[in-house]
Design a protein around this ligand. Structure first.
Ligand code: ATP
Length: 298
């Protein structure tokens, strides 16, 4: 997968508050990448820096392998915090203003109104829209000029369940259509439903990062290694203990079948004359870290 966004050692403080501390992230093309963390963990600050709204104090980021953001602005559609529109203008006229700012063609307006299910309301004043419709118009604006990347900050904030489902459907459609998504949210289930990868932030620091199914799933994932990882892999393949085996950095990453524990793997290896030199359960540590995070949230 091609690298899309690389963030290296990013830090930002507001007077006495350190919003993000030495943040490192790598996002690849086509990923639906969630940035998950409670209020105040630095999500908006991170998205604001990478979209050029504010500047970092230190560290760097690059889009498409280049440090210069202006050349890539058209490839990145964003909705950071609440969308700003003119209340007395209709949707089409509001989107024309955004087209002028972005240098997009007015001909793209019907397409984005269709995607955001607002076509029938194109002549309505912005002020007459429901909160969910306003949010969908924000997404429509972000989609003008058909960017390759969609950056969304808490797009379902404040919406009722129906509004949340509508926004989610639009976002998932975009990901399925091939766009890369970077989505900030404080809601675990939202990230689980939409994203393939997630970074968990807490007080501006990266707590964990990886595929959603590894980090947030109930499955136990363990790393093992022994003197002959290839042989262990072969043996495990024929056992009924593991669902998946992926090679890691000198280790095997195992997704265990339900009811199978780390002890079973250890015993199995030993009975095959393979003594494990490394065994590490990822789930437990991440789960406890995440529980801590959720506890603070509530
Ligand atoms: P939320 O979901 O509540 O927006 P967040 O995870 O997006 O939270 P940020 O908005 O990035 O977090 O805020 C990170 C920290 O920086 C918080 O402690 C916040 O109070 C502080 N902060 C953010 N913006 C400013 C600002 N303009 N001036 C002072 N402090 C700020």
């Amino acid at each position: 997968m091609k690298e899309l966004l690389s963030i290296e050692g990013l830090s930002k403080s507001y007077k006495h508050v350190q919003a993000i501390k030495n943040l490192n992230l790598l996002i690849s093309e086509g990923q639906a990448f969630g940035i998950l963390g409670p209020n105040g963990s630095g999500k908006t600050t991170t998205l604001s820096i990478i979209t050029g709204i504010i500047r970092q104090d230190s560290g760097s980021f690059s889009w498409f392998g280049e440090e210069s953001l202006p050349g890539h602005r058209k490839s990145i559609g964003s909705l950071i915090e609440s969308p700003h529109f003119y209340p007395y203008l209709n949707l089409e006229k509001n989107l024309r203003i955004i087209c002028d700012i972005k240098g997009a063609s007015y001909r793209d307006i019907p397409r984005v109104l269709e995607i955001s299910k607002l076509k029938e309301r194109s002549k309505s004043r912005f002020s007459t829209l429901s909160l969910g419709m306003k949010q969908r118009l924000g997404i429509a604006a972000a989609l003008l000029a058909d960017p390759q990347v969609l950056v969304l900050d808490e797009p379902t904030n404040g919406l009722d369940p129906e509004g949340i489902a509508e926004v989610r459907e639009i976002v998932i459609e975009q990901v399925t259509g091939g766009k890369t998504l970077i989505l900030a949210s404080h809601i675990l289930s939202e990230v689980e439903k939409i994203c393939s990868h997630v970074a968990i932030l807490k007080k501006g620091e990266l707590l964990a990062c990886g595929p959603v199914r590894e980090l947030l799933s109930e499955e136990e994932i363990i790393e093992v290694s022994c003197r002959d990882n290839q042989l262990l892999k072969q043996k495990l393949r024929h056992s009924k203990l593991v669902r998946e085996i992926e090679p890691g950095n000198g280790v095997l990453v195992l997704t265990l079948e339900e009811g199978v524990g780390a002890g079973d793997i250890n015993a199995f290896a030993f009975s095959n004359n393979l003594v494990l030199s490394h065994m590490y359960s990822r789930k437990r540590s991440l789960e406890s870290q995440f529980l801590e995070l959720v506890k603070e949230e509530s």
